[in-house]
Design a binder for this molecule. Structure first.
Ligand SMILES: Cc1cc2nc3c(=O)[nH]c(=O)nc-3n(C[C@H](O)[C@H](O)[C@H](O)COP(=O)(O)O)c2cc1C
Length: 213
């Protein structure tokens, strides 16, 4: 109840000033728009990797839509826009932006602030990751893949991340946003700055923003 009250308060602040909610930990995202967008075949035709980003922050609506498209809840039973083997739901998305770093809480469609400072210099080993307004980090939690051995956990981390990344690619194609998925990340450094547990593994990063002119 207290959590909900705080989130309503923060939602109001966010509506006025993007993600300037100070040091609050739980930030309710605006409702994602689940209708409209470009026809699927046009989005497929437009899908591409882009590496030149405007420094402009994503709008609250675009950020909300992006995260919902990636792994948002799309059914009453809690299942998601991206499939996972045995519905393990082993992926979390961390969001590194200029005003802090966040964990996406898909069930609440909210961000949980985990760092206040701009950590984008660690978001990727290519220079554009430092200036792209949003860097998504896809993290696989091996503890959730119960009953699987290490090889199968690694396999399903590598396979299932592709669906999430492609959701982001198609969303970006539909909305005219720039994106590129990135294997070139310093996994050890990201593990440290995102305060991950040993069972959590950084798999890929993906930069997102408005295209540079
Ligand atoms: C698993 C994977 C890892 C990738 N890693 C990087 C990367 O670290 N940096 C980068 O600039 N592009 C990366 N890419 C993007 C590819 O270079 C790109 O998809 C490829 O050149 C084809 O271009 P397209 O996506 O526009 O079709 C990666 C793509 C995949 C699928």
């Amino acid at each position: 109840m207290i959590r909900k009250t705080i989130s309503i308060l923060i939602f109001t602040i966010m509506s006025m000033s993007h993600l300037s909610a100070g040091s609050e930990e739980f930030i309710q995202l605006v409702e994602p728009q689940k209708t409209g967008g470009m026809p699927l075949f046009e989005a497929l035709d437009n899908r591409q990797s882009m590496r030149n980003y405007s420094p402009e922050e994503l709008s609250p609506q675009d950020l909300s839509n992006l995260l919902w498209a990636a792994i948002g809840v799309n059914r009453e039973d809690g299942k998601r826009t991206a499939p996972t083997a045995r519905n393990w739901l082993q992926f979390d998305i961390y969001v590194i932006m200029a005003d802090g770093s966040y964990l996406y809480d898909a069930a609440e469609h909210a961000l949980i602030r985990i760092a206040d400072e701009d950590l984008r210099e660690h978001a990727g080993t290519q220079s554009f990751a430092r200036t792209a307004p949003v860097n998504l980090i896809f993290v696989s939690d091996h503890d959730r893949m119960t009953g699987a051995d290490r090889a199968k956990r690694d396999f399903n981390s590598a396979t299932d991340v592709g669906f999430i990344s492609q959701n982001v690619y198609l969303f970006c194609a539909s909305e005219g946003l720039a994106t590129v998925v990135r294997g070139m990340v310093d996994r050890e450094k990201l593990h440290e700055i995102l305060q991950l547990r040993p069972a959590q593994h950084v798999i890929l990063g993906q930069s997102v923003g408005y295209p540079a002119d």
